[in-house]
Design a protein around this ligand. Structure first.
Ligand code: XMP
Length: 567
């Protein structure tokens, strides 16, 4: 009886794989076999179809530990290699992409948006976390603004908001409007409490208007007797299900306040949050959330120096303390040269002060640097010097290592030190991502997301085409705006400083949802081809071979007139 083989080619992430009739007559055999060791009389062809591994492959397709040392004389990047496929029983749609970056930092997809001022602010970080990934908010802004950006992510959708923003009866509506503007809240309905935190009423968004600016909150609020509340202990194990039932039963009510026995406010649940969360429960890749159901968010910090050129420990600690108060899930000590005293000291200071806070540090490309940062207290290490699409570090400073070799070398030290590594930069297509994930726990992308609507900056039209600005954090303009310390220069860059990045444009490419859909689809296809159910299996099963320049050309569409690009 003929059996069907699965074809992974597909047009979208959720496509159902197509089935084709295989030429073999034998059903798949589950145990691995060597096709040379067959009882006589059986056809080699049917055996090969059922075989998972063959020693014929071994000299060509090598594991990481064979392949990279054998190519140690040459630094390799994504396009220099390709991955060999393996027998598979795994459908792309059944693969799991969750990844643990530190004890308390788990993502549902292994993708992080770069801490760059043209890539990640709160809108990008929200979109990344909603898709199961992580955004690192850049630090090219005043510290208090970075705190707001983190707050916006953490306040996005909570389920039960345990510490809702509240107002007092004596405040003016004008004060409330000023607070909304200053803190950039995306909502305007607030519980009203007295000095002891007891619920007095609800200030509805429809009265928070400039025309009422001079009125007191007490004159405009909906009184306590008309406000819908639930006692905290009545919420049970599933507050979302309880609130969902409440909103269905109370037509037109969108807010449910949670109080304790003494009528002190202790939470707020909104209908829109409940609806979003109920939808999420059915999604394949769930949003990345913290233990309090808030979206995860990271923030970059720099190894700031004081006027005497010493590490400004006090300032760094104060700022990170404020980030932690806002609920930040991870900080990234981001510099171009992570294997340096300043970065090591910063990581050590943060690790001592906030032992529970996951720390990302980098960037590095050597095992010694990974060991150094791990010993200082970093949990995840950024690997990548010069691979980025806007980087000129390799040309300007003559340093940096192509990504696949750098990742392999760093992965050895990371395994020894029990830390994780993040492949940072140079990813231009989902295939690069699959290759990077054979050696790392997650990837960081800048350019791929810089054209998205959620990236900071306006869309620019040039000759009928739409673009967004994308610049290196080591470009002259970005350093002038504040990122000079990342490249080891004085706080404000002067014309004498050699920039290590360019200012560029990226074609506008729609939403993060769309871009991530393509990337995640590509990762899942790659895992299907390698028979890997999860990322650990992908790392375990990967086998590599070098590609010739002609092979590289063969990999892209060729000898056709393209009507539509593949992306
Ligand atoms: P992609 O390729 O995703 O790279 O655009 C993003 C990563 O590039 C790094 N980066 C820089 N590297 N000069 C550099 O040499 C720069 O000006 C620069 N700015 C960003 C950074 O690691 C980022 O995640």
């Amino acid at each position: 009886m003929a059996h069907a083989s699965v074809c992974f080619w597909r047009t979208s992430r959720r496509d159902v794989p197509t089935f084709r009739l295989a030429r073999t007559l034998a059903p798949p055999v589950l145990e691995p076999k060597n096709c040379l060791a067959k009882p006589p009389g059986q056809s080699l062809f049917s055996d090969m179809a059922a075989t998972r591994n063959s020693s014929f492959d071994d000299p060509f397709y090598q594991s990481a530990d064979q392949f990279f040392p054998a190519n140690s004389h040459l630094a390799l990047t994504f396009d220099d290699i390709t991955l060999a496929t393996l027998y598979s029983e795994i459908l792309p749609r059944d693969t799991q992409l969750d990844t643990q970056l530190a004890e308390s930092l788990r993502l549902n997809i292994p993708v992080i948006s770069a801490d760059m001022d043209t890539v990640t602010e709160s809108r990008m970080a929200i979109a990344m976390a909603l898709n199961g990934g992580l955004g690192l908010i850049h630090y090219n802004m005043p510290e208090h603004e970075q705190l707001y950006e983190v707050s916006r992510v953490k306040y996005h959708v909570h389920g039960l908001i345990q510490e809702p923003i509240k107002v007092e009866p004596n405040q003016l509506i004008g004060d409330v409007l000023a607070m909304i503007e200053q803190k950039k809240f995306g909502f305007s309905t607030f519980p009203v409490v007295d000095k002891k935190g007891k619920l007095v009423g609800l200030l509805s968004g429809h009265v928070v208007k400039p025309r009422y600016a001079k009125k007191k909150v007490s004159e405009a609020l909906t009184p306590r007797s008309q406000v819908h509340t639930v006692k905290k202990q009545e919420l049970g194990k599933d507050p979302i299900a309880r609130a969902d039932k409440f909103f269905t039963e109370h037509i037109g009510i969108h807010k449910l306040l949670v109080v304790d026995e003494k009528d002190h406010l202790c939470g707020l649940i909104t209908m829109s949050d409940v609806e979003r969360i109920t939808q999420e429960r059915n999604a394949q890749f769930k949003p990345a959330r913290d233990s309090r159901f808030r979206l995860v968010c990271g923030a970059a910090v720099s190894a700031t120096r004081n006027a005497f050129g010493e590490l400004d420990r006090k300032r760094i600690l104060n700022h990170v303390e404020a980030l932690v108060e806002r609920g930040v899930d991870v900080v990234a000590v981001s510099t171009a040269h992570g294997h340096s005293k300043g970065v090591g000291d910063t990581v050590r200071v943060l690790h001592d002060a906030f032992p529970e806070l996951p720390i990302i540090a980098g960037n590095v490309t050597s095992a010694a640097a990974v060991e150094f940062l791990a010993d200082c207290g970093a949990n995840a290490i950024k690997v990548g010097q010069g691979p980025g699409s806007i980087c000129t570090t390799r040309n300007v400073a003559g340093v940096g290592i192509p990504q696949m070799t750098a990742l392999y070398v760093c992965a050895q030290a990371a395994a020894k030190k029990k830390v994780t590594i993040l492949a940072d930069g140079g990813i231009t297509k989902s295939g690069d991502l699959v290759k990077a994930l054979t050696l790392s726990q997650a990837v960081i992308c800048g350019g791929i997301f810089a054209g998205c609507g959620e990236a900071p900056g306006e869309i620019i039209e040039i000759s009928g085409k739409f673009y967004k600005r994308y610049r290196g954090m080591g470009s002259y303009a970005a350093m002038k705006a504040g990122s000079a310390a990342r490249y080891g220069h004085e706080k404000h860059a002067t014309q004498k400083v050699a920039p290590e990045g360019v200012e560029a444009l990226k074609e506008a490419c729609g939403s993060v949802d769309r871009v991530l859909g393509q990337l995640v689809g590509g990762i899942q296809s790659g895992m299907g081809y390698l028979g890997a159910k999860n990322l650990a299996q992908l790392r375990d099963k990967a086998r590599y071979i070098r590609v010739s320049p002609a092979g590289m050309r063969e990999a892209a569409p060729h000898d056709v007139v393209e009507l539509k690009t593949g992306n």
